[in-house]
Design a protein around this ligand. Structure first.
Ligand SMILES: *Cc1c(COP(=O)(O)O)cnc(C)c1O
Length: 365
């Protein structure tokens, strides 16, 4: 097989070293005589895997002691219902939830939350085709909202918050909830600014089927009575994510990824590489008008890079040529068309360089 670079938006590329280690341990984990898939989630072997994964993630993101880390199921879309069911009870009924609408994923969150509470779209960039994050000065927040929801990296639209100066002033202790599914662990974050962070694993962490939730302890107390026990954060926290059987194999792979990231120098080191990868790719797209990315430069995602060919009748030829060079899964999301290159942590700079070389060649530069 020639060098393959997989630009899928998710499920997505994993570090080769992690897959090799998982393969070598597939039939017999550390002399236990069992595959991780065959272990009881309550046995000492799996408990040690779980505890190490939790500790490594806590270290990687510097998660403060007053936050719980939950390993759940149901995906990012599941959390779109689970978050309101756990937080709407923070205020008196009828609760209102504030949203910033920056693309497809925050749009889905708004729609789902409306089944559980009133929703207020505090700001939206829909009228501008989701090409920027509306500045905080434009947000129209609700007094006494249950929480504010943001999607800090819009995977389909390629819009990312600049988190360096992101510290919204929210009245009356309104918690900030962030869907970080597609950029968690790609850059440093200050967890203490958030009430809740959630992320489906299949973009930047590990296999599908695992959802991470990082939640401040005081926010475990506000669930609606209708919240299913298996999705009740407090119940999940009290059982160390083992109220019901957790996605054990996905947790094991995520743990291998966390250990790999630590060995690479942690999140700060990944962030530097991701900045460089994104710089290379956007520079090739901006070189002339053969390609185009419409997102405002300060909000361009470092993880998901959507782009269009000036002449869209060349799309199929572009994709076929890419595939022939081992550059896979570059087709854009069906809702927006065009192309998309997802360049998560596990995409090496060599992969981005190979894509850049192809972009230049195809444009006849
Ligand atoms: C992929 C994604 C989701 C949905 O995750 P599922 O696991 O399919 O439910 C939610 N939010 C964002 C930002 C995503 O990228």
């Amino acid at each position: 097989m020639t060098n393959i670079f997989n630009f899928s938006a998710g499920p997505a590329v994993l570090p080769k070293e992690v897959l090799q280690q998982a393969a070598s341990e597939m039939l017999d984990w550390h002399g236990s005589g069992m595959s991780v898939m065959e272990m009881s989630h309550r046995g000492p072997e799996f408990i040690s895997i779980y505890r190490q994964a939790e500790a490594d993630l806590r270290e990687l993101l510097a998660v403060p002691a007053n936050y719980k880390i939950l390993f759940m199921q149901g995906g990012g879309l599941g959390q779109n219902a689970i978050v309101p069911m756990n937080l709407a009870g923070r205020v008196r009924e009828p609760a209102t939830i504030d949203f910033v609408h920056t693309g497809s994923w925050s749009g889905k969150s708004i729609k789902e939350a409306a089944r559980y509470a009133n929703v207020n779209v505090a700001a939206s960039s829909q009228g501008e085709g989701f090409t920027r994050v509306p500045p905080q000065s434009e947000w129209k927040l609700t007094d006494g909202a249950a929480y504010l929801h943001v999607c800090t990296n819009e995977t389909i639209d390629g819009v990312e918050y600049n988190l360096y100066d992101f510290a919204p002033e929210l009245p009356d202790g309104v918690p900030l909830v962030a869907d970080m599914s597609s950029h968690i662990l790609s850059r440093r974050i200050d967890v203490s600014k958030y009430g809740v962070i959630f992320a489906g694993a299949q973009k930047n962490i590990g296999p599908a089927g695992l959802t991470l939730v990082i939640v401040r302890e005081d926010l475990l107390e506000h669930a609606l009575a209708i919240c299913p026990s298996a999705f009740h954060w407090k119940t999940v926290a009290e059982h160390e994510s083992m109220f019901n059987t957790p996605p054990t194999y996905a947790i094991y792979i995520a743990g291998l990824v966390f250990a790999y990231l630590k060995a690479q120098g942690g999140v700060a080191a990944m962030e530097q590489r991701n900045i460089e990868k994104a710089r290379l790719l956007y520079a090739a797209l901006d070189a002339d008008d053969f390609y185009r990315n419409r997102v405002a430069p300060e909000n361009r995602s470092r993880m998901n890079v959507p782009f269009y060919l000036r002449d869209e009748s060349l799309n199929e030829r572009f994709l076929a040529g890419a595939k022939a060079r081992g550059l896979l899964q570059l087709k854009g999301h069906k809702s927006v068309g065009g192309m998309r290159a997802s360049i998560y942590n596990a995409m090496p700079i060599e992969g981005v360089q190979a894509l850049v070389d192809y972009l230049n060649e195809f444009a006849g530069r």
